[in-house]
Design a protein around this ligand. Structure first.
Ligand code: SF4
Ligand code: SF4
Ligand code: FES
Length: 257
């Protein structure tokens, strides 16, 4: 019989309970994944009792309240607080999303916060996106054109510009890629939905002169065809984009050109 054992220190254990000190009648239990490489050991779930009466509306506000008023050691990424930079992507009660746009009122009962799934953890809620950014770089996400006159606009028709709708809005938050089972198991080879959507954004740009090369670059059994149209990616995009459709469009282009 096959015996499967978890790697050492992978079991998540119960952590500290931070009891409310405000006497608030409106408390929410917030369970947060914690792991500190400088301490090592098993990851743990710390529980914070948070006074929701004096807390603003988003999950990021809850985390900021914990960090500012209860436990300054908690680590997470955030910057814009307006759903623009993508840095506060995390898993909230089983679903990937942006902490700064997710209303905590939508989550009934305890709030459970984890880093994005299947990434190496740098610290607490911070996932390691090194591989994803290398993959992003590999699709050369910039305009390639022989036009040299910087003083002249590079025009598109209205129709050409519309083709970029649903693509240019991507903020590279990685919610989609880290919810994709194919990316979980083959993340070192399969480019994943975020990077493929970005690749398609440049393939579809009428001003770009490298379309053929771009298509050739992604036409690979592992880089592209590991997508099995499971659609988790599209379900998890906080910007309402459809990376599964972008991937299907690349496949269609390759089949018809
Ligand atoms: S549709 Fe493709 S990219 Fe999206 S979750 Fe499924 S396998 Fe992953
Ligand atoms: S497609 Fe959506 S989920 Fe994926 S990286 Fe872009 S914004 Fe984030
Ligand atoms: S902090 Fe920028 S998207 Fe949430």
């Amino acid at each position: 019989m096959v015996q499967i054992s978890l790697p050492k220190n992978s079991k998540v254990v119960k952590g500290k309970l931070y009891k409310d000190k405000t006497g608030s009648k409106q408390l929410k239990k917030v369970n947060v994944y914690r792991w500190d490489p400088s301490v090592g050991g098993n990851p743990r779930i710390d529980t914070y009792e948070v006074d929701m009466k004096n807390c603003q509306s988003k999950v990021l506000d809850v985390l900021n309240k914990i960090k500012n008023e209860i436990d300054p050691s908690l680590a997470y990424r955030r910057s814009c607080a307006h759903g623009v930079c993508g840095s506060c992507a995390m898993n909230m009660n089983g679903k990937n999303g942006l902490a700064c746009t997710k209303p905590h009122e939508e989550i009934k009962g305890d709030l459970n916060i984890y880093p994005l799934p299947h990434l190496k953890v740098v610290k607490d809620l911070i996932g390691d996106l090194t591989t994803l950014y290398k993959q992003y770089e590999s699709v050369e996400p910039w305009l390639k054109t022989s036009k040299k006159d910087d003083n002249k606009e590079n025009l598109q028709s209205k129709k050409e510009r519309e083709k970029l709708d649903g693509l240019y809005e991507c903020i590279m938050c990685a919610c989609c890629s880290t919810s994709c089972p194919s990316y979980w198991w083959n993340g070192d080879k399969y480019l994943g939905p975020a990077v493929l959507l970005q690749a398609y954004r440049w393939i579809e740009d009428s001003r770009d002169e490298d379309k053929k090369e771009r298509l050739k670059k992604v036409a690979d059994e592992l880089k592209l065809y590991r997508c099995h149209t499971i659609m988790n990616c599209t379900n998890s995009c906080p910007k309402g984009l459809n990376p599964a459709k972008a991937i299907a469009s690349i496949k269609k282009m390759l089949a018809t050109t």
